[in-house]
Design a binder for this molecule. Structure first.
Ligand code: SF4
Length: 688
């Protein structure tokens, strides 16, 4: 074991794949990783880890790693030194500002990067460039959670600690497949169910946990809001609500009660396809539990009305008095990326500064200005989809993409590529020559999560340390160092010489982080935010006294159900849902380069046996899948996991082109793409 006197050196760090935040001990020899062991004292993982965190580290030494900057000359990317690359970056940024002002520049920061790197990127954009055009990929996944939870409860995070969720006697798991996408959480939820907790799963697919569910609700993709209103209708009409809580701590009941009259179970069955008796059974399980908890994923957020979905799901916990009390464990989003919570916490958002203060609010700006010593631009910046639209229109003249393969993972990717090609300067920080990097003018080689220093925030708001276990290859540098170097090339000093300094400075702007420091995290392991005081623990469970809304109450929402952006019809008769599989992670740039490739070698298209028979598809056939937006090539997997009329694919292999299929429809509040509802058709390209 690692504690033996003969144990090799191990570095304690936090997994850089999903948002669970497993603590890992990385064993190395001669500067290379030889094993990754789950830490027995890991606060979330408690000795467990999944196939990604444990085994997907072969990419570190892949011959495809970028080891020096690349500069486009005469149409080709050629190796250059850092000085030359940085000179071109600075010259390009100045030219963009000269031609179109500071708002002609934008940056896409990264939920893969550390908090300190995200803090520095947004500071660079606001202080050096003078724009709020900075966003991060939470825009594409959980931005509706941030907006919806803030509107309902006051803060942009899950309401409870996962340790508490695991004490619930009824789990409502919605639009999530934790057994594959968050395996350590999936295992802990399953353990809880096997020990007697009731389980309601709401998901169109027969995901792993659904096998153990007391009730499995399978709504048609895009009908969540109606489903949640149907559940709320039953809670209200059957008296399964906490009247005292509603009276003392909530607002908005009369409006919601009036709306819910329109959502009786039989009508909800017509909209969602969920049998009325199943809906009633699920509502009774949740409504009669002593301490229920809601856990949800991207199946709630990635919709045309994703924020409405989050809010109407949050309604259930409020009606039941199961949030901010000891009578339940609230509403908890499962974050996809390792640091998707932290990237937003640090203010890598176009309308919010570190700690979620509104950039349009003069009092918020003046707090940042007092620390940074320069005026902060007042006008909110562009969101990621708006950046691409501005580039296509010629208004955006420089885009810095940090660690996100937007050409592979953003929807309607043909249009994303067209936007990059239209932008005069595209700079890309990358590990590999990704689809996006191929469209860049300058590619900067960067360190991976096993090579850098900082912190991540996991899905239940815990800050944990990230420590370098191995050196970066060649001339690759951390994103932290790259942002500093670009600032210097622009003639600026943005302070924060070390990651520890950056977190400390962030705490001076955002009181919710003021009690955090690298030293403290080194001593204590994990500390949740809000944490305003260095001498007191952070708040794992929120809202015990009052909600963080202006009036201190939880706010019920009453959005009507509105249909999704796409529907099946004669030309495109199937509905495509996209999501993750267990061995791979997002665009797969890391997990495909190592042993995990053998576990899941391609993107498959799952389709129901009835549809397979209808379209003459046999298991293993090579398919062409078409939508109104583009075409993809996938291998058929005939499976009852997917409901008739629906198909499912992952997006781990950019070459398959899944995101050429998905549309530009996006959440009306946050612009989060509607990845979960695309009308498609299939034809056999090559039979088995
Ligand atoms: Fe844990 Fe997620 Fe990493 Fe797997 S991918 S080891 S569940 S943090």
């Amino acid at each position: 074991g690692l504690t033996s006197a003969h144990a090799p050196a191990a570095t304690r760090t936090t997994c850089g794949y999903c948002g669970v935040g497993c603590a890992l001990d990385v064993v190395t020899a001669d500067g290379e990783v030889t094993a990754v062991l789950p830490a027995r004292d890991g606060p979330v993982n408690q000795g467990h880890a999944c196939v990604k965190g444990r085994f997907a580290h072969g990419y570190l030494t892949s011959p495809e790693r970028l080891t020096c900057p690349l500069l486009r000359r005469y149409g080709r990317l050629e190796p250059v030194g850092w000085d030359e690359a940085l000179r071109h970056v600075a010259r390009g940024l100045r030219a963009a500002i000269g031609a179109g002002g500071a708002d002609a520049v934008a940056a896409i920061s990264s939920a893969r990067a550390t908090n300190e790197e995200n803090y520095l990127v947004q500071k660079f954009m606001r202080v050096v460039i003078g724009t709020n055009n900075v966003d991060n990929c939470s825009r594409l996944c959980h931005s509706p959670s941030a907006a919806g939870l803030t509107a309902s409860f006051g803060l942009a995070g899950g309401t409870d600690s996962f340790d508490d969720v695991e004490r619930a006697d009824c789990l409502l798991v919605v639009g999530a497949n934790p057994v594959e996408a968050h395996p350590v959480v999936g295992a802990r939820l399953l353990r809880r169910v096997l020990r007697g907790a009731k389980l309601v799963v709401a998901d169109p697919r027969a995901v792993g946990l659904a096998l153990h569910a007391d009730v499995h609700l399978r709504p048609r993709p895009g009908t969540n809001v109606a489903l949640f209103h149907g559940l709320a209708h039953v809670l209200l009409t059957e008296g399964l609500v906490d009247e005292e809580f509603l009276r003392e701590r909530a607002a908005g009941l009369p409006e919601l009660a009036e709306l819910l009259m329109d959502y009786p179970p039989d009508l909800v069955e017509d909209i969602t396809g969920v049998p009325a008796e199943d809906l009633v059974a699920a509502a009774r399980l949740y409504g009669r539990a002593r301490q229920p908890a809601i856990v949800y994923g991207l199946g709630v957020t990635e919709h045309l009305h994703g924020t409405d979905g989050v809010r109407s799901l949050a309604n259930l916990a409020v009606l039941r008095g199961a949030v901010g009390t000891d009578r339940g464990y609230g509403v908890n989003p499962l974050r996809g990326q390792n640091n998707v919570q932290g990237a937003s916490d640090m203010g890598a958002l176009p309308d919010l500064l570190p700690g979620y203060g509104k950039v349009a609010d003069p009092a918020v700006r003046s707090r940042a200005e007092a620390v940074w010593g320069v005026p902060v631009p007042e006008r909110p910046g562009l969101r990621i989809p708006d950046m691409f639209a501005a580039a296509r229109a010629g208004a955006l003249r420089a885009l810095w993409v940090i660690g996100e393969d937007v050409c592979a993972t953003d929807p309607d990717s043909n249009r994303v590529a067209a936007a990059l090609d239209a932008c005069p300067l595209v700079v890309c920080n990358e590990l590999f020559l990704s689809e996006t990097a191929r469209h860049a003018d300058i590619v900067l080689p960067v360190a991976s999560w096993l090579e850098k220093d900082g912190t991540f925030v996991n899905f239940d708001r815990r800050f944990q340390r990230v420590r370098p276990a191995v050196p970066s290859p060649g001339e690759a540098r951390s994103d932290f160092d790259v942002v500093h170097a670009v600032a210097v090339a622009m003639g600026s000093d943005i302070g924060c010489p070390t990651p520890a300094d950056a977190l400390a400075e962030c705490g001076r702007i955002a009181p919710v982080f003021a009690g955090l420091s690298h030293d403290r995290l080194d001593r204590e392991g994990a500390v949740p935010w809000p944490c305003p005081d260095p001498d007191r623990p952070g708040e794992a469970k929120l809202y015990k006294e009052r909600f963080a809304t202006p009036d201190g109450r939880a706010h019920l929402a009453a959005p009507p159900y509105l249909p999704p952006g796409e529907h099946p019809h004669d030309d495109y008769p199937l509905l495509l849902v996209t999501g993750r599989r267990w061995a791979h992670y997002n665009s797969g740039s890391m997990t495909r380069r190592g042993g995990n490739l053998a576990l899941d070698p391609v993107d498959f298209l799952d389709l129901h046996p009835d549809d397979a028979a209808r379209y003459g598809v046999r298991d293993g056939a090579q398919l062409t899948v078409e939508s109104r937006h583009g075409q993809a090539r996938l291998i058929a997997r005939v499976s009852e996991q997917t409901a008739p009329g629906q198909v499912f694919s992952s997006f781990h292999f950019p070459a398959s082109g899944v995101n050429r299929l998905t549309s530009s429809h996006a959440d009306t509040v946050t612009s989060c793409p509607e990845y979960k509802v695309t009308a498609v058709r299939v034809r056999v390209r090559r039979p088995v």
